[in-house]
Design a protein around this ligand. Structure first.
Ligand code: NOJ
Length: 757
């Protein structure tokens, strides 16, 4: 295949996998055979109401030595009590513990000592790796590397199934446009198209081609829906939006995940315009099942059914259970409300039996799709437990993912890469040597002992240990006695400073919202003091979101976004800092000038009074203190080379509704080293019946290009991809003029125009 054919194939695939098209994967999910259905019908026919409610209930398992305490504490259930509940058929699934031995013990009870002998499913939040950690999902999304995201999810499934986990509550596919929201760290960032591509990759990686395989985990895209749109970026907050926006922006990554085969989904904590998702029949039944034909199960988020009471949507627990099951929430997580109230709700006629039976059917079908009825001990194999963790392949993949996920924001005078010999490096800052700041949020089974810090990574490659001196300089959120003085002396000794600053990993993830997305003051003071030494400074940022950068951090000679890169954090960064590899990462979220610009995202609508940078600000849409731009916009990221983009050529200036447009451009590597360039295609619909974003990503391709080489990159765009969701809730394109860019970021490149007839 030539590069052109390759790109064509890629673009065609991108097109097919787009938000409005059906998936192209055909995962082997078998539950449609009538024999299988008969089996399930028979089971249901013989189950008591209490057993049915049990199949619809999942609980955290805090009885095992490898149980983890996440989520708000609930009353602890001891081992004896748990065993008796399993025996009574009160539990359909357990989560938040690992270990094949303990899981086998409980599984044995479920399949031998209960009336219906239905196996349990064992779940956990395996978000970005199990024992071997990969970059936080936001960081990994910066790789713009679909293949990489699929491979890391597959490796996570491999390790998770070795420790007795069959179901992961991942990927998080919430489009997140407000950086104050700490959970931005868990997803793919602000763009729905990138979200679609990576949602599919991750589902495919988790579930593999055969969900029955010992090595596959059931995937659970979350949080359905619009959780990323919580107002003010405050976790758990309310959301407010039109249904057209919901469908245009927030639902497509979910649809894509289901098209890729995901057989479960988690309802979100938030309400959408006043209706909490967990009891939203329009969302969970009309759209999810009736419109999309989703066959899997819906699980509530942790106690989200009970929280309907706080929302003011349910009067009490009984009402909450009733509203949730009637809306289409099949499984209740942790609250126990289904156990407690469903049998009576059915007996009283408030919930029809067939509603409960249908939910039980969905849960049993998923168990069947996982192969649990044939082999209840699948993925509960003690022999794999140690053998299949931290394999050579997993560690190498973690390092590859780390170096592909870092984003080089600036690199004045090509200060990076640094030589391994001959230059003295002052490694300064609280993140340089702290292994607890490498793995990032949602690492439920952390292996800190094997986590590689930047210091360790640099020392492993530098020609002489004497070339590196470290100084912490500051604690993460508090000043350190004498820290700055020591750091300044160390900087003075060196030829170059590598300054590791950022926000602690605990500032991102669930329930971590910030009003000010800045670097904590003591670290900022450290940066200012280091800048005064006049030494060249390379900033390495640790962060779970886009940050507001200022002063000496913003003005450093180079800035490398390091997120939290996982087990091989330091090795991956050292590969880039010493230039063994060139960075390929691009921002999946825009860095604003100021926190107060939030929510800021590149694909915003244009106002009636847009302001161009540098223009007079009066009577224009902007704040007093800053232009309405980002400091670094979505898609931005440098390599160690200079890539020149040629003029964009179109196959035709006009296309019909059934025709394709081919857009191409020649890119040339003007530098002296091979790089992987993330070539991005954006469009803008110039006049529409609902105004459209200033730019929208519609395709991207990672192109490997040698020094001095030119390559033609071609994308195909069809009319459906030019469409959007209208107020009639249908997705279709409108005839008219469009702009198109092929560019290295969301704010660069020259637009060409074409017309859709
Ligand atoms: C609450 C979180 O919102 C969700 O993402 C997670 O999967 C569940 N807890 C289970 O731990």
């Amino acid at each position: 295949m030539t590069i052109l054919e390759n790109n064509l194939a890629f673009s065609r695939r991108s097109f097919l996998m787009g938000s409005i098209a059906a998936g192209v994967f055909s995962p082997k999910i078998i539950f449609a055979k009538s024999k299988d259905e008969d089996f399930i019908d028979n089971l249901i026919a013989n189950m008591s109401l209490e057993e049915k409610a049990g199949q619809l209930s999942i609980f955290a398992d805090n009885t095992r030595s490898n149980s983890i305490a996440i989520n708000p504490a609930q009353a602890k259930v001891g081992k004896d009590a748990l065993i008796s509940r399993i025996k009574n058929g009160e539990i359909g699934a357990l989560f938040s513990a690992k270990g094949a031995k303990g899981a086998r013990e409980y599984q044995k009870i479920a399949i031998t000592q209960t009336k219906s002998k239905i196996p349990l499913i064992f779940g956990a939040d395996i978000i970005h790796g199990c024992t071997t950690q990969f970059p936080i999902p936001l960081g990994e999304s910066a790789s713009f590397d679909i293949d990489l995201c699929e491979r890391t999810a597959k490796m996570a499934a491999f390790e998770a199934t070795a420790v007795g986990i069959q179901w992961t509550f991942a990927p998080m596919v919430d489009v997140a446009r407000d950086q104050r929201w700490g959970r931005v760290a868990e997803g793919s960032g602000e763009d729905p198209y990138l979200g679609i591509k990576l949602a599919q990759a991750r589902v495919k990686g988790f579930q593999g081609n055969d969900l029955k395989s010992e090595y596959s985990v059931l995937s659970c895209p979350k949080h359905f829906a619009a959780y990323g749109a919580v107002q003010g970026g405050m976790d758990y907050n309310t959301t407010e939006m039109s249904e057209a926006t919901l469908r245009d922006l927030h639902l497509p990554p979910f649809k894509a995940a289901f098209d890729a085969g995901a057989l479960s989904v988690m309802s979100s904590f938030n309400d959408i315009s006043g209706v909490p998702s967990t009891a939203n029949p329009h969302l969970l039944t009309d759209i999810l099942r009736d419109e999309w034909g989703f066959k899997g199960l819906v699980v509530s988020d942790y106690t989200a059914d009970d929280e309907l009471i706080h929302h003011g949507y349910a009067a009490d627990g009984r009402d909450a259970a009733k509203k949730s099951i009637l809306a289409g929430c099949d499984m209740s997580m942790e609250s126990g409300l289904y156990n407690k109230y469903l049998p009576d709700l059915v007996k009283s006629g408030e919930v029809p039996l067939k509603v409960v039976d249908e939910s039980v059917r969905r849960v049993l079908r998923v168990k069947q799709a996982l192969g649990l009825f044939e082999n209840p001990y699948r993925s509960l194999n003690e022999a794999r437990e140690l053998k299949d963790q931290r394999t050579k392949e997993a560690i190498a993949l973690s390092r590859e993912a780390a170096r592909k996920s870092a984003v080089l924001l600036k690199n004045e005078n090509n200060i990076l890469p640094l030589p391994k010999t001959g230059k003295k490096i002052a490694l300064i800052g609280p993140f340089a040597s702290d292994k607890y700041q490498t793995l990032g949020t949602w690492t439920i089974f952390p292996d800190f002992d094997n986590a590689v810090t930047l210091e360790k990574g640099l020392r492993a490659q530098i020609s002489s240990q004497d070339l590196i001196k470290t100084a912490k300089g500051s604690h993460i959120t508090e000043a350190m006695d004498g820290g700055i003085e020591e750091a300044v002396q160390t900087a003075k000794w060196a030829d170059v400073v590598v300054l590791c600053v950022g926000e602690p990993e605990k500032f991102s993830g669930e329930s971590q919202s910030r009003v000010s997305i800045t670097i904590p003051q003591p670290q900022q003071e450290l940066a200012e003091a280091i800048a005064k030494t006049g030494k060249p400074v390379v900033v390495v940022l640790s962060h779970g979101r886009a940050l507001e950068l200022s002063g000496a951090v913003k003005n450093a000679d180079a800035i490398l976004c390091a997120w939290f890169l996982g087990s091989e954090h330091g090795n991956g960064l050292a590969d880039l800092i010493f230039g063994d590899y060139s960075p390929q990462g691009r921002l999946p979220v825009s860095f604003p000038h100021f926190s107060g610009q939030q929510p800021y995202y590149y694909n915003h609508r244009i106002t009636g009074r847009p302001q161009q940078p540098g223009q007079e600000r009066f009577y224009k849409a902007r704040y007093i203190e800053t232009d309405n731009t980002a400091l670094y916009s979505f898609g931005h990221g440098l390599t160690y080379s200079e890539i020149e983009y040629g003029k964009v050529e179109l196959s035709s200036p006009k296309i019909g509704m059934n025709e394709d447009l081919f857009a191409s451009c020649i890119i040339t590597n003007k530098g002296n080293r091979k790089v992987r360039e993330a070539v991005q295609l954006y469009i803008h619909d110039m006049v529409a019946s609902i105004t459209r974003p200033i730019r929208e990503l519609k395709a991207f391709e990672l192109v490997e290009i040698d020094a001095g080489q030119s390559k033609k990159v071609e994308f195909r765009i069809g009319a459906p991809e030019l469409g959007f969701v209208h107020n009639d809730l249908k997705h279709y394109p409108e005839a008219g003029k469009f702009k198109l860019w092929i560019a290295p970021s969301s704010v660069t490149g020259e637009a060409v125009e074409f017309e859709l007839l």
